[in-house]
Design a protein around this ligand. Structure first.
Ligand code: ADP
Ligand code: ADP
Length: 226
């Protein structure tokens, strides 16, 4: 199956700036895919459109065959998003935050409680589950963002610059976690401006620059060209 299909995607912002100039991308199910490019290339815009936080100007996007325009709720159920910025309430505990997220997906409370224990343990946050999240370290907050995105068991996990500004130790442990998650069957797409990250983790890499895909290939092929 195809996890993500993007065709002729264009985005022009209100101010007239064209951030995406007809992008095509296909990510097969099971892939670990990097969208690699410098700041300002259009990575966040692309992710924003896939997760329906940003309106596209034209083109077509589908997730596991569900068209974002006509089958949005089915598409959303397949998608988990880890945004770049912390956007949870600092006053709520990790447990509250992940259980609230389950509510958005209509997961019954009892089932959400069971799932919350699973994801919080998986991400090493179980001991901190009842603390206000403002007390968590930066690394724990990053892991909380991942835990929250995994509550509804998305088939496709999208991460926007997951390790930007993260120290080397946490980066390594996040890489390990994501590799394991991918091996267990979750398709992963991440954006990064670190070649090293794309190289260490991903099977396929697309390079985006100035709103255009300038390369889309397997890691092996890309490395042989550099
Ligand atoms: P990246 O994630 O690769 O750093 P972005 O997708 O955030 O790139 O941005 C791509 C380009 O679009 C940048 O030049 C950015 O300044 C511009 N841009 C992003 N958001 C807006 C907006 N709301 N209005 C106008 N331009 C924007
Ligand atoms: P609706 O389905 O009512 O349109 P939204 O589009 O606001 O709801 O959100 C759908 C799901 O995506 C919710 O679980 C929400 O928490 C999550 N979500 C929306 N925006 C973000 C974001 N920036 N970061 C993480 N999750 C988000």
């Amino acid at each position: 199956a195809t996890a993500l299909s993007i065709s002729k995607l264009e985005k022009t912002y209100q101010n007239g700036f064209q951030a995406l100039k007809s992008i095509d991308l296909t990510v097969p199910e099971g892939d670990f895919f990097a969208l690699l490019g410098p700041n300002g290339a259009g990575k966040s815009t692309t992710i924003g459109i896939i997760t329906s936080l940003v309106n596209k100007t034209s083109g077509k996007v589908s997730v596991f065959g569900y068209d974002l325009e006509t089958q949005l709720s089915q598409a959303k159920r397949c998608l988990g998003l880890v945004p770049q910025e912390f956007n949870f309430s600092q006053f709520e505990s990790p447990e509250q935050i992940v259980i609230n997220q389950a509510g958005y997906y209509g997961i019954p409370r009892k089932q959400a409680t069971v799932r919350a224990e699973e994801v919080l343990k998986q991400l090493g946050l179980w001991d901190k589950r009842s603390q206000p999240s403002r007390n968590l370290s930066g690394g724990m907050k990053r892991r909380l963002m991942i835990a929250r995105a995994l509550m509804h068991k998305p088939r496709l996990l999208i991460l926007d610059e997951p390790t930007a500004g993260v120290d080397i130790e946490l980066r390594r442990s996040m890489w390990e976690f994501l590799t394991e998650l991918n091996e267990q069957g979750t398709t992963i797409v991440l954006t990064t401006h670190y070649l090293e990250e794309a190289e260490s983790l991903c099977r396929n890499i697309a390079i985006i620059d100035d709103g255009q895909i300038i390369e889309n290939t397997s890691k092996k092929d890309l490395l042989s060209k550099l």
